[in-house]
Ligand binder design. Structure first.
Ligand SMILES: [Ca+2]
Ligand SMILES: [Ca+2]
Length: 486
């Protein structure tokens, strides 16, 4: 008996010693954990040199970044709108699981999301210093719901994600001012420089954080760039790079493109902007502005990444650059996002993970913004929250691009509307059961809907199996305050 108790005590002491040693090791490990530079870009589609969606674009800094790491060229959003896309990124939970489907759905009052550990909280709870600036969450969610939760510091403040637009001077009267708050574009007054632009201010904040070298390590530093989200305002020099007389209309536009598309698409969301833009002869100026703002964002990406490279953190910092969804500039009669077509779901996702990614790697395997959270957990060696994350760990592909992988990835918009993308096909099914199917091997602009062609019945059946089994009803609606910024 005595002997047994002695042994038990010895065992407990050994265990205590082991645990103590482990925690020392963990503490030491934690000081060596990689930092994270998390760069978010709003509404940036594939019109850049990395994804090759439009040869008119000029994005040398993104191309340089891509050459240093791994590009996921077939990456898609969880939802084609700022709010649900970013809620899914930050929680790692699909919209169809949470019921957070649109910009007006709450995070903090959502029964599922309110129990989740959001990404900034996850890193903060695991010993990271978490700093953010600019648009990381959807503005309403951050400013009125999250209020800096999980962040040790936020710029400009924990209840204001974007630096103010107040006082910015324009070169001339914005072309469409008045009919829709965000339907505006144009150069800023010649006196206005990039340093005065809200995105330039956010980028300068991130630059200073990196170059000052006083961040507590390991850190998570998030910089959220708002352009090329509308309204597309940039300094004149960016407009000068894209002379109006050289602007081409979108290659993917066809006047009759919607003839073979079920009517259900317009129920999800529809805006009449293209008609208005054409009537006012603004199609080319609007494209010019999108390209100009994308070029401006590219310069800011170059600035932030360059600051990291010139900082003491360069060798031990993971970079992930992502955009929250794509953007349509007239294709299928649409302006902005809010659709399940390629133009709206395809996103930018570039990773540089020291010692993990191979420079200049590109994979076309299906990926999703939902995958960011589990990938960062894996790359930092931190156990993810139990039973929460629904995305995949992309580090598997970073280590072995030929690894076995999911055949498809899913985007949803609104209750029971789904888009499924494989390497080759896009399948869409709406709540009413109507469908679309496109073969990207011969139809990259998704002009020909093959859903009613019996030759593709087996493909459709296979794609349909990828749709989530659970469809959570619409979550609690967020009440938009009367006075709010874009
Ligand atoms: Ca967005
Ligand atoms: Ca068509």
């Amino acid at each position: 008996m005595h002997y047994t108790r002695f042994m038990k005590r010895m065992a407990l002491m050994a265990l205590a010693l082991f645990v103590a040693t482990m925690s020392v090791t963990r503490a030491e490990d934690s000081s060596r954990k990689p930092n994270i530079l998390f760069i978010a870009v709003d509404d940036m589609n594939d019109w850049n040199g990395v994804l090759g969606g439009n040869p008119q674009s000029k994005t040398p800094h993104m191309e340089t970044l891509a050459s240093k790491g791994m590009v996921f060229s077939n990456a898609h959003c969880a939802a084609p709108a700022c709010g649900p896309s970013r809620s899914a990124i930050m929680s790692g939970i699909r919209p169809s699981t949470s019921g957070n489907y649109t910009n007006k759905h709450s995070i903090i009052n959502n029964e599922i999301l309110k129990k989740s550990v959001l990404m900034p909280e996850f890193f903060q709870q695991n010993g990271y210093y978490v700093a953010g600036g600019g648009k990381l969450f959807h503005g309403y969610h951050f400013n009125y719901e999250i209020k800096g939760r999980g962040f040790d510091e936020y710029f400009p403040s924990k209840t204001q994600d974007l630096p103010s637009w107040e006082g910015l001077k324009f070169n001339s009267k914005p072309p469409l001012g008045g009919w829709a708050r965000q339907a505006d574009w144009g150069p800023l007054h010649p006196d206005v420089t990039l340093d005065d632009h809200p995105d330039g201010i956010t980028a300068n904040w991130a630059t200073n954080k990196l170059l000052e070298g006083e961040l507590q390590e390991p850190f998570f530093l998030g910089a959220g760039i708002f352009q090329p989200h509308l309204p597309n305002y940039a300094p004149q020099e960016y407009f000068d790079r894209f002379p109006l007389e050289n602007i081409e209309l979108p290659e993917g536009y066809r006047e009759d493109d919607l003839d073979d598309v079920p009517a259900a698409h317009s129920k999800m969301a529809h805006n009449p902007w293209l008609k208005r833009i054409r009537e006012t002869n603004q199609w080319k100026p609007a494209i010019q502005a999108y390209l100009a703002c994308t070029a401006m964002v590219d310069d800011l990406i170059g600035q932030i990444v360059g600051s990291l490279e010139n900082s003491k953190y360069a060798d031990n910092t993971i970079i992930v650059l992502w955009s929250d969804h794509g953007f349509q500039l007239g294709e299928k009669g649409r302006w902005t996002k809010y659709s399940l077509w390629e133009r709206a779901t395809r996103v930018n996702m570039i990773w540089v993970a020291p010692g993990v990614t191979t420079p200049g790697t590109v994979t076309n395997k299906p990926a999703n913004l939902l995958d960011i959270y589990p990938t960062l957990a894996s790359l930092t060696g931190i156990k993810p929250p139990e039973g929460q994350l629904e995305g995949n760990d992309l580090s598997v592909l970073m280590k072995n691009p030929g690894a076995a992988w999911d055949d498809t990835t899913v985007t949803s918009f609104g209750y029971k509307n789904y888009g499924v993308r494989s390497d080759r096909y896009r399948y869409i099914v709406y709540e009413d059961g109507t469908e679309e199917l496109y073969d990207h091997s011969k139809d990259k602009w998704e002009w020909t809907n093959l859903a009613s062609n019996p030759e593709y019945a087996a493909i459709k059946k296979k794609m349909r199996k990828e749709i989530p089994a659970h469809h959570e009803p619409n979550g609690v609606t967020y009440i938009v305050p009367k006075k709010s910024s874009f």
